[in-house]
Design a protein around this ligand. Structure first.
Ligand code: SF4
Length: 446
């Protein structure tokens, strides 16, 4: 049965010392009850409390870190099956593959391409977050030399990929301080791979043909002290993998079956870019924490990264930008003035289209509690009066030598009231969609 915050609080020292990073013991207890912290994160917990509560209060899915504090990827610690139940916590990381067949020079160039596979979308940087270094076919010393050559050339944490234990031992030992993911332990090599992960204090991916065999591998690894585990599935066997990955997640989250209480990963790397994109996007939704891919082109990565960004935002928190006056480009007193709402997607669409127009402009952002133009209007979060007040507060009139204001085409009814009640005497009704802004400015702002 789930522990309540109060039951957990009673087991704490109640000193409010803040050593756990929370201001009070009660605040920490609520996080433990929400499965966001383990009870053992309180360093002052009594041994009695530890043995009584620790297991029951741990998150049902372990948080696993690949890399070190300076550059890491954290996955897992999910608490729900679906985003709408609460939110999803740690977004999946794309791992770009560096093939073993590449020369050292080509491998470095490939790492550089992965490092630079990053884009700004809706104000956030989205990117490839791991380098999956394939080592199959390389001798042990060549594998160690390869990962050493790549180490230090990028902050991307490594996934080391080989089923050969000798090769893995050399490579993992060469970059152990980088805390790479050892990928992967199978029925055939389990003892050796578990030992490598334990000796180098690295996370370990485990892979098996059935969930029962996977559970056996997890138990074997935990018995040897390897606790940072990732359940690995074959992403190209789509139907089977979706079934198994869903069963494992459901067992962990709904039944608190701790043997499968670890994040999952898939390898979807195929030569067909379109197919790889579809597979990767599928497993963003269902339920991979790491996704190994080949592609580095924006046309392939952006649909996947956009899906990650969409699914891993908190549905209970509006996605907003600061409500203030933005200067886009090298503005002057002759620049156009537009306004929009503080919903991130709306603002960044407007910003991008103003940039595309190449006409420097002021964009006044009105506080609408994170709603877009039409929703804000329907929900009574924006009015002509509020727009005028916002423009006054932001001192917009003092920055330009004209009285023209461009309003969103979705709320043309604001024109009369703004013209009647403010110094903005010439209100122009702009396009309904941001994509129309360049043509509108080119036509109306000569
Ligand atoms: Fe309370 Fe422990 Fe956190 Fe200190 S570290 S505030 S005792 S929960």
């Amino acid at each position: 049965m789930a522990l309540t915050g109060m039951a957990i609080y009673k087991s704490l020292p109640k000193t409010n010392c803040k050593d756990c990073g929370f201001p009070t013991c009660m605040a920490f207890a609520m996080q433990v009850a929400a499965k966001q912290k383990a009870l053992t994160d309180c360093p002052h917990l009594s041994d009695d409390a530890k043995s009584e509560f620790a297991d029951a209060s741990s998150p049902p899915m372990k948080l696993v870190q690949i890399g070190t504090a300076e550059a890491d990827v954290k996955i897992g610690q999910e608490t729900v099956m679906f985003r709408h139940e609460e939110k999803l916590h740690n977004s999946p990381a794309l791992a770009g593959k560096i093939a073993a067949s590449l020369s050292d020079e080509e491998a470095l160039a490939r790492l550089d391409a992965l490092h630079n596979a990053r884009f700004v979308r809706v104000g956030d940087e989205v990117r490839v977050r791991l380098a999956a270094v394939e080592l199959d076919g390389l001798a042990a010393d060549a594998a160690a030399a390869r990962v050493k050559a790549l180490d230090g050339k990028s902050c991307l944490p490594f996934v080391l990929m080989t089923d050969n234990a000798d090769t893995m031992a050399a490579a993992a030992g060469a970059v152990a301080e980088k805390r790479p993911l050892v990928y992967k332990a199978t029925k055939e090599n389990a003892d050796a791979m578990i030992k490598i992960a334990a000796d180098n204090k690295c996370p370990l991916a485990v892979s098996a043909g059935t969930l029962e065999e996977l559970a056996d591998l997890v138990k074997a690894a935990k018995d040897k002290g390897v606790e940072d585990l990732i359940l690995s599935f074959d992403g190209r066997d789509t139907a089977n993998t979706i079934r198994n990955i869903t069963i494992a997640r459901r067992a962990a989250l709904k039944k608190t079956f701790r043997t499968l209480g670890f994040p999952s990963m898939v390898d979807v790397s195929v030569d067909d870019a379109m197919k790889e994109t579809v597979l990767a996007t599928t497993f963003v939704a269902k339920y991979a924490g790491v996704i190994i891919i080949n592609g580095t082109n924006g046309s392939e990565l952006l649909p996947v990264l956009t899906t990650v960004q969409n699914i891993y935002t908190d549905p209970q928190v509006p996605n907003t930008v600061e409500a203030k006056l933005y200067e886009i480009g090298d503005v002057s007193e002759n620049s156009p003035v537009l306004f929009t709402t503080n919903f991130s997607l709306t603002y960044f669409c407007v910003e991008a289209e103003v940039e595309r127009s190449k006409i420097p402009s002021y964009v006044a952002v009105v506080e609408t509690e994170g709603l877009g133009v039409l929703n804000a209007f329907a929900g009574d979060k924006i009015s002509a009066e509020k727009v005028v007040k916002t423009l006054d507060e932001q001192g917009v009139a003092g920055k330009v030598n004209h009285h023209k204001l461009i309003i969103p085409g979705l709320i043309p009814s604001f024109r009369a009231e703004i013209e009647d009640t403010s110094e903005w005497k010439e209100v122009l009704i702009g396009p309904e969609n941001a994509t129309g802004i360049p043509a509108f400015l080119a036509e109306s702002w000569k």
